[in-house]
Design a protein around this ligand. Structure first.
Ligand SMILES: [Zn+2]
Length: 250
């Protein structure tokens, strides 16, 4: 495998106005998201999913990007999906299957935000958006007993598969809460990949159950976005050039 990473971007909400955006600022404005996709298209990037990788593990990873969205907010359907379709791009959405709104966020004082309904999830799945697991009730798995983690992870996988009629291939740990036991349970539950937040090896694929992601928020300016998708975010430019010119050992 080439020593540069496939950027796995982490998004949550896409919004188009100031209201109800909350203190955690886990949103990107619709117009900024569109600019980001336009940049990817103009610069020859292709979006892939973990399903694509599972089906074709030897796929050429040059200029590939994975767009992931955590939690399954309704605005992913109403605002993100139309833009994604316009650019014919794909994405991965990690669903919390036993919540109709962000119960865990409201608990911390965030505004209430609705999740997508099953019909919306089905439609996006048919389009080619991968639906992955994000537990049943958005728990911090690193603080759960093994039996509870198993119920949250394997149960969520069943729920997602019932909704989409497709195998759920990848999983995202809520709050990035990870330990070796949790990773093992994700593997035993039948997932092929699991993504973290900002932890895990920088080289893509080195640990399939702790795949590092790069967060994109409303504070991410275009220059920073370019940096995040180019690989320079993880490796200095000169180092990358050396690798890309063939001076690599593996
Ligand atoms: Zn989450």
């Amino acid at each position: 495998m080439k020593l540069y990473s496939v950027p796995v971007l982490l998004y949550h909400r896409i919004v188009n106005n100031q209201s109800a955006i909350g203190q955690h600022k886990i949103y990107v404005y619709e117009k900024d998201f569109e600019k980001q996709l336009s940049y990817l298209q103009t610069n020859g990037y292709q979006t892939i999913t973990f399903v694509d990788l599972a089906e074709n593990p030897k796929m050429d990873l040059t200029k590939k990007v994975i767009l992931t969205f955590d939690d399954g907010y309704e605005d992913n359907y109403t605002l993100m999906y139309p833009i994604l379709k316009k650019y014919r791009f794909k994405a991965v959405i990690y669903l919390v299957t036993h919540a109709d709104h962000n119960v865990w966020g409201v608990r911390e004082g965030e505004p209430k935000v609705n999740m997508m309904n099953d019909q919306q999830k089905k439609e996006m799945s048919r389009y080619g958006i991968e639906m992955g697991g994000h537990t049943r009730s958005h728990v911090d798995l690193s603080k759960c007993k093994a039996t509870e983690s198993r119920r949250e992870i394997a149960g969520c996988k069943e729920d997602v598969e019932r909704i989409t009629g497709k195998k759920a291939v990848s999983f995202a740990y809520p709050f990035g809460g990870i330990n070796e036991e949790v990773k093992q349970i994700a593997r035993e539950s039948g997932f092929t990949f699991a993504v973290s937040t900002n932890t895990g090896p920088k080289q893509f694929g080195e640990d399939k159950f702790q795949i590092r992601r790069i967060e994109v928020t409303s504070r991410t300016r275009m220059a920073s976005f370019k940096n995040k998708v180019s690989g320079h975010y993880f490796y200095p430019k000169t180092f990358l050039q050396k690798i890309l010119s063939g001076n690599q050992t593996k």
